[in-house]
Design a protein around this ligand. Sequence first.
Ligand code: ZN
Length: 148
Amino acid sequence: MLFLDKLPEFSRLVLDSLCQPLKDRKVIILRAKAYITYPAHFQLIAAMNPCRCDYLGEASRSCKKPRCGTDYMNKISGPLLDRIDICIKVLTVNVLFPKIHSEGESTSSIRERVIAARKIQAERYSELSISCNSDVSGEALNKFTKPD
Ligand SMILES: [Zn+2]
């Protein structure tokens, strides 16, 4: 697992260099007369604030620049965003007066759904050397896609 906190703070070059390993699950290092390939099967998890100053969307404060959030988000390229399967917006938590929410699905219920999904994937890919949806290559994906 690779966790990148404050994702837009990394240079564009570094972030874009993650696209190929995320796609091919390997890193190729080129040197003068040789290249070496290393396996790079990892899960990318990233976090970021809504803008650089972290005030975007707050009623009590405002951003220091008009395009603060847009400029911050634009540091992440489309190809990298395309390789991120799940994006979740997390609301600000008031640490002094936290609201306790009892609504929503329980962790044990979610766990059961994940186990069921993993079981379906294990059966689906039993003849291949992969175990979950994220391991399916583009070519193999056509085999498992339902026709319209
Ligand atoms: Zn801001």
